[in-house]
Ligand binder design. Structure first.
Ligand SMILES: *[C@@H]1O[C@H](CO)[C@@H](O)[C@H](O)[C@H]1NC(C)=O
Ligand SMILES: *[C@@H]1O[C@H](CO)[C@@H](O)[C@H](O)[C@H]1NC(C)=O
Length: 401
């Protein structure tokens, strides 16, 4: 993926106190208390026991192919994602649309069919924690063999594997917030990264959901399942911008705002993290800084408890310190962020050495890092949702296969 770094001061925290929420799941307005829900040491151990690298690999392998949007291989990968989630009992929808692409060459021009996949586990259709990735691989030329193992097959397999391991708990426990996975199509630019040539899928889905009434309350939109809308007044529009593009005007007028639930986009995972000189994930967004730090706290607790696979750990994978002033990178979180969704951009930076090279294939995967990422991200997801991993749902039906 290609990205632009643009300086951005994130000023949303300067907003005045908020009121009047969208009437979705109002009984759940309580503020999450991270401490209240922090997994115990024993629970972290139980989370680590849920790891199964062979299961992960079964989800990953079918994605390790060149899968350019619109191609047969891409459709097969999409079907693999759909089948995997459906066999877990998840609700799966697709968001199919056609969009114009720039003229790259004789093979790639005109319009293309795109399709986002959305998998949801949600007790009552209310709010969700959303994890996202892009499942297509970038088109370079008709003869290019680029498959994007880390861009972003590994991230997508992590999402499915988290779903597979946590579904029995979601089934049996009274989990208030749902879990939703978004597999975006067309994240990559075809020719040159721009606001039209990039993020095809996430731009489409964010707009669609902003325009779609929520089935539980038609004065809310689908975005309210990951956003809660609040009225606010004094947001100086010049403080909220990305380059020249203002925060969605309609969103400002309608008072879309963001408080609790969250979209976490994973991208470019799979190469080694943690060594000095290695790339690592940064804490970019002030508004989600504390939630981001929960991820890095899960990491350091697992490390402290000896529950990570031995690895070079000169530096943590998830760098906890705020880096807000660094600006930020464009990825599938952007169209949602522009509409007021709280986001975390889970992506190593600087980009891994194999980025956009044909060497970004199965050989680029650093398995110890992947195993540890699964432990960390599974732990974070379970903790965020309030899953109790020790009350083991022994009696539940087989998870998958
Ligand atoms: C729908 O949401 C609106 C806006 O928050 C709220 O005033 C209304 O009571 C809600 N309706 C229902 C049926 O929950
Ligand atoms: C694209 O989608 C349309 C329906 O929207 C369908 O008729 C057409 O066959 C599709 N094209 C390809 C190449 O799959």
């Amino acid at each position: 993926m290609e990205r632009e770094v643009s300086a951005l001061l994130f000023c949303l925290l300067l907003l005045p106190p908020l009121s009047s929420l969208c009437g979705l799941s109002q009984q759940r307005e309580r503020i999450r208390d991270a401490k209240e829900r922090e997994l115990t040491d024993a629970e972290l151990e139980a989370i680590v026991d849920l790891n199964d690298i062979d299961r992960f690999d079964e989800y990953l392998q079918p994605m390790l192919v060149r899968r350019v949007s619109g191609s047969a291989a891409h459709a097969a990968v999409r079907q693999h994602i759909i089948d995997s989630l459906e066999s877990l009992g998840w609700t799966v929808e697709t968001d199919d649309f056609v969009d114009a692409i720039p003229e790259v060459d004789d093979e790639m021009q005109g319009t293309l069919n795109f399709s986002n996949v959305i998998g949801t586990w949600n007790r009552d259709g209310g709010r969700n924690l959303v994890l996202g990735c892009h499942y297509e691989s970038k088109y370079f030329s008709a003869t290019s063999g680029f498959m994007g193992a880390t861009d972003s097959a590994v991230s997508c397999a992590i999402l499915i594997d988290i779903a597979a391991s946590l579904t029995p708990f979601l089934q049996e426990q009274q989990i208030e917030t749902g879990l939703q996975l978004m597999f975006f199509d067309g994240e990559e630019a075809f020719l040159r990264w721009s606001s039209e040539d990039s993020l095809y899928g996430s731009r489409h889905l964010a707009q669609l959901w902003q325009d779609t009434p929520h089935p539980l309350n038609d004065s809310c939109t689908m975005l309210d399942s990951i956003v809660r809308r609040r009225h606010f007044h004094a947001i100086p529009p010049h403080l909220v911008f990305r380059g020249e593009k203002k925060l969605d005007e309609a969103g400002i007028q309608r008072g879309i705002f963001v408080p609790q639930e969250l979209l976490v986009v994973l991208d470019l995972f799979g190469t080694e993290l943690g060594c000095s000189g290695c790339t690592r994930v940064l804490n970019f967004f002030e508004i989600t800084s504390e939630t981001y730090q929960e991820i890095s706290t899960v990491e350091s607790r697992l490390e402290f408890l000896g529950l990570l696979e031995p690895h070079q750990n000169d530096r943590t994978y998830f760098h906890p310190d705020p880096m807000f002033a660094e600006g930020f990178l464009e990825d599938d979180h952007i169209p949602f962020w522009e509409r007021g969704v709280k986001v975390i951009h889970g992506m190593p930076f600087p980009y891994p050495p194999v980025w956009h090279k044909e060497t970004d294939n199965a050989d680029a995967i650093h398995w110890v890092t992947v195993e540890n990422l699964l432990r960390i991200l599974r732990g974070f997801t379970a903790q965020y949702l309030g899953i109790q991993p020790l009350s083991s749902p022994e009696s539940s039906p087989p998870l998958f296969k």
